[in-house]
Design a binder for this molecule. Structure first.
Ligand SMILES: [Zn+2]
Ligand SMILES: [Zn+2]
Length: 115
């Protein structure tokens, strides 16, 4: 086998190795997705990229306190948004056992919010 052929083989092996490492790294990386989060303290609603293994509550980018929770977006049948659709209200969901935020969520106008 000539030197040239060896080099070619080494390059191919390197490409395969990089591919395997890249794939393993991709598998190990936690999935990221856009989520709507709401701060219990300052009430700020933020849409941000979160990783699947983020622990809640996480730190609020506005008031810097760890009171940022995931939300469920509910609709008020009385209030209308600017586009004429039912107003969407993000409600804090702490994922507490036996507590469904949908059961008690109320709009500013006082009416029950719907999923
Ligand atoms: Zn905050
Ligand atoms: Zn309302």
């Amino acid at each position: 086998m000539s030197w040239k052929e060896n080099k070619g083989l080494a390059v191919i092996l390197l490409i395969i190795a990089l591919g395997v490492i890249g794939f393993a790294g991709y598998k190990l990386m936690p999935a990221k997705f856009d989520d709507t989060l709401k701060c219990e303290k300052c009430g700020d609603v933020v849409k941000m990229q979160v990783s699947a293994n983020t622990k809640y509550p996480t730190t609020c980018p506005k008031c810097k306190t760890p009171t940022l929770y995931q939300t469920v977006v509910l609709k008020c049948m009385k209030c209308k948004a600017a586009d004429g659709k039912p107003k969407e209200v993000p409600v804090i969901d702490k994922h507490e056992e036996g507590k469904n935020p949908i059961d008690t969520a109320k709009c500013d106008c006082g009416s029950q919010l719907m999923p």
